[in-house]
Design a protein around this ligand. Structure first.
Ligand code: ADP
Ligand code: MG
Length: 731
């Protein structure tokens, strides 16, 4: 399987396959599945083609004529082909394919063009099917993802070569799915599946193959995760039982509200797990505003009470600073042990971020190293070398989707023994994603929002169709401010000199901010650049919001300024904050009640849901206005309407999943440019993934674990290797 393709196909074909399709080994080629199958009579119908489509069609030659060109030297060959449903013209120059015979069938690949009102291919790739071509005897001709110099039939021939040559295909292949598992789920063996996928005789064979090959993907992934869970469980950590009269009790006494039932239940679950030696590895998911921070703080307090330290990792500097500030506020003197007005029975909360001045950072690092800082809040900077903990007992990762497995591992490695880990996500995640991307974690969910929330209503403002609605939006902002509230205006871009149209550095990186679906991006270059914070702020100050205090916030401001701006907004010294997505995650100013999202079509579904969570945090009703130029009937317009119509995070997470490609979603768990997930769909294969999880867990935990299943172990190792390679690349 690891044989290089050069040895099988020869250097020329192998080279273009490697360059253009990233196929290097026999395994790669066998796992390069047909995209679909051509059937005589019912393939891409000629009458259904659109100009600009790049397609392969199966058709019969109807006429061939060659003539000298009048304007130029040389000859022109016109071939008409038909498939019963329609016909089209193929054009070749200088006697290429002048030898085609009427009646021959062939596969023709090219880009559909238009000439004098008729559709045509200009010198398409041709593959004439000869009588003794046994492919032609087949009911279904596989059509492969192809590239410029590697056509579908070159792939087909190459695969065929492997299959024919390998009468030993069975011997060549190590089936990663153990026979009993195959039997239990009625799965064909790997060799059969590959034969049926590449050279099927019926749709039933393809379906059977798909089912089996999806199992491969799911089982290897789940076995990887199960092995990770097992390894974590086998390495004991340190028990951090709760103790009365300590920081936790003080926190509970200081809280200005009573916990929701959900917070209490999850709190008990965490308390019990922290008290055990086996490290906790838990995912806490809860709707935006469900109060996860308090749950985390209470867990951190318990660990401090037990003599350990807790680290809280946030995805942006703004959020890290806010967490440090609000933890310090709740703890009061208990968070300033060692300072003049501090309570010596408390601890210290320190902030550690990448952009701090060297002296500040040095001091923070020292407090982390000598243990005087019981609670450490920070960004990625916490992961860096040189940050040493005296006794790291708990790692909390907030709004986790920016952190991959590797980063979690990096932090975990900072404890002398493995610390407990709590990962928090605000975006409710569909069950399949929980089972895959976070499959190495146990899950708790906060379903309830604290009582007395005003809720948030959302509307789309289609400025293309109803320009006056934008004026109305600014009027709403003025009304809210007049009533003593505050507003956010969110833009996709900063707009300063260094800003080449890119996103905010401190904003979330791609992992979660789902970009709009591919198709919709086409032609993006003709569009005007996205609206920018600096421009919009200036326009508002000079125009509709001239009477209000308007300020900006974005990731490229110096950290102290950012921090000061956020503080001023929290203190209501600013009415309107014009910002990038730095406000997306976790920013908590309950008095802010309106959010206007400019160019809302530039944001992903989950991102919009996160954003509007910022104005649903207080007792007043929140309002979120999604401003867009997209027509309300376009796919983009409808996506925004769907976001406006529901606040059900789970429904939106599903919608988000539909508009993204699997590889994007699985990126965090099993990165790699060539995704190992080709057939499995997080949207449609929930039952299969769940079953594979059960099987994988059993395989890993029974007997000698993966050692009893060397084929599966090899596949798991290959996946892990791939992951590590990409991690190194990213780093
Ligand atoms: P998220 O889950 O989105 O991180 P936060 O933890 O930031 O939410 O909490 C949102 C807001 O709700 C904060 O202002 C917090 O103080 C408040 N809050 C948390 N728990 C409760 C509760 N039980 N009752 C009332 N307000 C609460
Ligand atoms: Mg939060």
């Amino acid at each position: 399987m690891d044989t290089p393709l050069t040895r099988v196909l020869g250097p020329k074909t192998a080279k273009v396959m490697a360059e253009q399709l990233a196929l290097h080994t026999v395994r790669d080629l066998l796992r390069h599945y047909p995209r679909r199958y051509a059937r005589r009579g019912e393939m891409t119908r000629l009458d259904g083609l659109e100009v600009g489509d790049r397609v392969t069609v199966l058709a019969q030659v109807k006429s061939v004529s060659t003539r000298r060109m009048q304007q130029r030297r040389g000859t022109l060959t016109e071939v008409t082909v038909g498939d019963g449903a329609g016909s089209m013209r193929l054009v070749f120059f200088n006697n290429r394919h002048a030898h085609l015979d009427v009646g021959e069938w062939g596969l023709f690949a090219g880009t559909v063009g238009l000439w004098r009102g008729d559709k045509q291919f200009t010198h398409p790739d041709c593959h004439i099917i000869t009588g003794d071509d046994d492919d032609w005897a087949r009911a279904m001709v596989p059509l492969y993802p192809a590239s410029k110099d590697v056509s579908s039939w070159v792939v087909q021939k190459s695969v065929k070569l492997l299959m024919d040559d390998a009468h030993s295909l069975e011997q060549l292949l190590d089936d990663p799915i153990p026979a009993p598992v195959r039997e239990r789920h009625g799965l064909v063996d790997l060799a059969t599946a590959l034969r049926q996928k590449h050279r099927p005789e019926s749709q039933e064979q393809v379906d059977e193959a798909d089912e089996r090959l999806k199992w491969d993907e799911a089982l290897v992934l789940q076995a990887t995760l199960a092995a990770r869970r097992r390894a974590a469980a086998l390495e004991p950590g340190i028990a951090r039982p709760s103790r009365s009269g300590g920081l936790l009790d003080a926190v509970d006494a200081a809280l200005p509200f009573s916990l929701t039932d959900g917070q209490r239940e999850v709190g008990e679950e965490l308390a019990a797990e922290l008290a055990r030696e086996q490290p906790m590895n838990r995912l806490l998911q809860g709707e935006v505003g469900s109060g996860k921070t308090v749950v985390a703080l209470r867990a951190m307090a318990q660990v401090v009470d037990a003599g350990g330290q807790a680290a809280l990792l946030a995805p942006t500097e703004v959020l890290a600073a806010q967490h440090a500030r609000s933890l310090a506020a709740i703890l009061g003197p208990l968070g300033r042990a060692g300072e003049l007005d501090g309570d010596p029975s408390g601890t210290r909360v320190v902030l550690l971020t990448g952009s701090q001045k060297a002296a500040v950072r040095r001091e923070a690092r020292a407090a982390v190293a000598d243990g005087s800082a019981g609670i450490v809040v920070g960004t990625h900077a916490l992961l860096q070398e040189g940050v040493e903990f005296a006794d790291l007992g708990l790692v909390v990762v907030d709004e986790q989707h920016r952190f991959g497995v590797e980063q979690r591992d990096a932090l975990r490695a900072k404890g002398t023994k493995p610390p407990h880990v709590l990962v928090m996500t605000a975006t409710p995640i569909p069950r399949t994603v929980a089972m895959t991307v976070y499959g190495d974690l146990e899950t708790s969910t906060l379903r309830q929002l604290p009582a007395g929330r005003g809720g948030v209503s959302s509307s789309v403002v289609p400025v293309g169709e109803k320009p006056a609605w934008l004026d109305r939006a600014w009027a709403r902002v003025r009304e809210e401010v007049a009533a003593g509230r505050q507003a956010y205006v969110v833009c996709p871009r900063i707009g300063d000199l260094e800003d080449g149209g890119g996103k905010d550095d401190d904003g979330p990186d791609g992992a979660d901010g789902a970009p709009p679906p591919e198709e919709e991006k086409a032609g993006a270059s003709d569009k005007r650049p996205p609206l920018a914070v600096l421009d919009v702020a200036e326009g508002l100050r000079a125009g509709p919001l001239s009477a209000l205090r308007v300020e900006v916030l974005h990731g490229r401001m110096p950290p102290e300024e950012k921090e000061a701006r956020m503080r001023a907004f929290a203190a209501a010294e600013i009415d309107v904050l014009v910002a990038t997505t730095v406000v997306e995650v976790g920013v908590d100013v309950p008095n802010a009640t309106v959010m206007v999202v400019m160019d809302a079509d530039r944001f992903g579904v989950s991102q919009l849901h996160q954003l509007r969570g910022r104005v649903a945090r207080g007792k007043h009703a929140g309002l979120c206005l999604l401003v867009t130029e997209a027509p309300s009937t376009s796919p983009t317009g409808q996506r925004l309407a769907a976001v406006a119509a529901t606040t059900d995070g789970f429904a939106l997470a599903r919608l988000d999943l539909e508009t993204r490609r699997e590889g994007d979603v699985l990126g965090a768990a099993q990165s790699g440019r060539r995704s190992n997930v080709k057939l499995l769909s997080l949207l449609h294969d929930e039952a299969l993934i769940a079953e594979a999880r059960v099987e994988a867990t059993a395989l890993v935990e029974q007997g000698r674990g993966l050692a009893d299943h060397p084929e599966l172990a090899a596949a798991v190792a290959a996946l892990a290797l791939d992951e590590r390679a990409t991690y190194l690349e990213k780093a």
